[in-house]
Design a protein around this ligand. Sequence first.
Ligand code: UDP
Ligand code: MG
Length: 155
Amino acid sequence: MQQTLVILKPSCVERCLIGEVITRIQNRGIIITGLKMMQLDEKILREHYSHLVDKPFFPGLAASMMASPVVCMVLKGVDVIEVFRKMTGVTNGRKAEPGTLRGDFCMSGQANIIHASDSPENAEIEIARFFKPEEVFDYTPAYIKYLYGDDELKA
Ligand code: UDP
Ligand code: MG
């Protein structure tokens, strides 16, 4: 099964939305295999947002990501990278569809409450960036047989 890296940003933590987001993740049937609080710094943010370091908004983005601790998670599921990006919604919260996390819980293109890996390649890199191998628990919950058909688990 795939795994993806999720960060609940300061805009989620400070607004007391951690529980709301985790409830949505668990209600969907996505398995949490890693979970911890971290204080991010400029070094890790320059790596994580390397595609954005030259943008004029990068200093403000970095400051917003260091404004409080964040909650980092590793999520597991069949096709979870794509499934969770859809649940997240488009980058600008004002344009995100209702029913998505950003579309239901934020109004900003920067303070958009959540980060989610966008491809298998980036998920692998990002999980290794934020988690030590021993911090990810690749267990299979007993209820797995009610989440998927047998054929889907073999794929
Ligand atoms: N961002 C921003 N202004 C922009 C584009 C992006 O502040 O014009 C921030 C926003 O917090 C976003 C993050 O930079 O979530 C990463 O941007 P990306 O394009 O990777 O969007 P995402 O994958 O988070 O939807
Ligand atoms: Mg991105």
